[in-house]
Design a protein around this ligand. Structure first.
Ligand code: NAD
Length: 463
């Protein structure tokens, strides 16, 4: 077991205010692999003060200088790519290939995208007799979840720093080691002291202190809808800006006559990636009644290749595994047909859950409405396109979606979906496209130029 001390505040590692710690557990072995300090309101206060003090200087830095520092951050992360991937595997359980390609490669690319965007991004614009200035909002409190430990951090910190804001990060308590590697990369990139700060610790303690601190101007949060609701309420009471990236229950809609051999495996690859611990996972597959049984049979066949311990990692914690098993039990109890998988542990050790397919899921069932955040997919049958649309849009969420079918019809359908992003016929993830939710999936957008504007105020000068 390794002991880590300190918080990253004002350009260096400082001792925490208390000796409290949280344990980091490897979910594949169930062993405690490290302890990190559990930050208090005092640590958060020190970090926010440092960020406030650094804000006037950093916000006045020319965009080219900010671009140079962010490019240096990308390079520092790239130089540590093996360490990052190994850390994500150790504390999240991600299979090594996924840890390298997605958990490490994607955030490096996103950091680079902000260095490039700064070369052309207009920080002022003309509107009639006005010049509109885009100015940084101030001190950002960033609160991130464990499911993509580095990507979720970079998707907030890179645009905030690019905008000229300073940052205090409170990473998820389950995955603080990846966040520490990130803080070391920030340090190596040569940002001025106080521009980036990090306090590890528990959500209701360190996270809440960050939300409530009068020195934070914007809270950017990714996590559960329950916590997002509370943060939104607190920010509203303080008239503080807030961006919320929350949960989802996204649908993959296979239009009548679509190619099942393409749609079903691609939909499952999406839903089962990261063991289903994805807010944008396509966890409901909607198939026309004439192709339904064929699709379910193909799904059962496809899922056999997702071997727990190899292609499918464990869930992040025992609590998360138990939550997912509870949903599987509920699916059976409410009358869904268990096609494959179930509650039996696939391995003796580790928080693994077998990939689980339910058929005959109807819109009123719990597993059709609530986010499960595990390798569980619900196959649902529809009568016609209007019925499919009603089912697809029939949840409180609206994060993502997919449509398969003849291109014109698929785009028409995608336009009618209440979701922040829809993949048409297997369209690839685009790290420059805005990412965020309709309805209770959130407020605001991340990534690309849309993600940058979240961290900017407008000021109009009239001439
Ligand atoms: P969570 O809401 O429990 O925690 C997220 C973060 O908030 C953690 O850092 C946690 O410490 C902190 N937190 C918890 N309570 C807090 C409080 N009272 N005040 C301030 N901060 C607090 O979520 P989780 O279990 O870490 O993540 C899983 C959830 O995140 C899922 O519901 C998933 O859909 C969602 N998610 C959404 C997106 C998105 O972009 N929309 C991305 C990833 C995850």
């Amino acid at each position: 077991m390794k002991a880590h001390d300190g918080m990253y505040i004002d350009g260096g590692w400082r001792p925490a205010a208390t000796h409290d710690t949280t344990a980091v557990v490897n979910p594949a072995t169930e062993e405690v692999i490290a302890r990190v300090p559990a930050g208090s309101a005092q640590d958060v206060d020190a970090a926010v003060r440092a960020a406030r003090a650094a804000f006037p200087g950093w916000s006045a830095t020319p965009p080219a200088e900010r671009a140079a520092r962010i490019a240096a951050l990308r390079d520092a992360m790239a130089a540590r790519k093996d360490e990052i991937a190994a850390t994500v595997t150790a504390e999240l359980g991600a299979p090594p290939k996924l840890a390298q390609a997605v958990h490490t490669g994607l955030p490096i690319m996103v950091a680079g995208s902000y260095a490039e965007l700064l070369e052309t991004f207009p920080f002022d614009e003309k509107v009639g007799n006005s010049t509109v200035l885009l100015e940084p909002v101030g001190v950002v409190g960033a609160i991130t979840p464990w499911n993509y430990p580095l990507h979720q951090i970079v998707a907030k910190v890179a645009p905030a720093l690019a905008a000229g804001c300073t940052v205090v990060l409170k990473p998820a308590e389950d995955t603080p080691l990846t966040a520490r590697v990130f803080a070391e990369a920030v340090h190596e990139a040569g940002f001025p002291a106080g521009v980036f700060n990090m306090v590890t610790g528990l959500g209701p303690v360190a996270g809440q202190a960050l939300v409530e601190h009068t020195g934070t101007d914007l809270i950017s949060f990714t996590g559960s809808t329950a916590v997002g609701r509370r943060i939104g309420a607190a920010a509203g009471a303080a008239v503080k800006r807030v961006a919320l990236e929350l949960g989802g229950k996204s649908a993959s809609v296979v239009l009548p006559g679509a190619d099942l051999a393409a749609a079903v495996p691609a939909g499952l690859a999406n839903a089962l990636s990261n063991s289903g611990q994805r807010c944008s996972a396509l966890t409901r597959v909607l198939v026309h009644k004439d192709q339904y049984e064929e699709a379910v049979a193909l799904a059962a066949e496809t899922v056999a290749a997702y071997t727990p311990g190899d292609r499918l990692g464990p869930l992040v914690s025992a609590a998360q595994r138990d939550r997912v098993l509870g949903y599987i039990e509920k699916g059976v109890a409410e009358g869904a047909r268990l096609v494959t998988g179930g509650t039996e542990p696939p391995l003796e050790r580790g928080y693994y859950v077998s990939p689980t397919i339910f058929a005959d899921v109807t819109p009123g069932m719990t597993i059709a409405q609530e986010e499960i955040f595990g390798p569980v997919v619900a196959f649902m049958e529809y009568e016609d396109e209007d019925d499919a649309l009603r089912i697809a849009n029939g949840t409180v969420y609206g994060l993502a979606g997919a449509v398969w079918g003849e291109p014109g019809a698929a785009v028409d359908f995608a336009r009618r979906m209440e979701a922040g992003q829809v993949d048409v016929n297997g369209g690839r993830f685009n790290p420059l496209a805005p990412f965020g939710g309709y309805k209770q999936s959130g407020i605001g957008r991340e990534l690309g130029a849309h993600g940058l504007t979240e961290y900017l105020h407008t000021k109009s000068l009239q001439f």
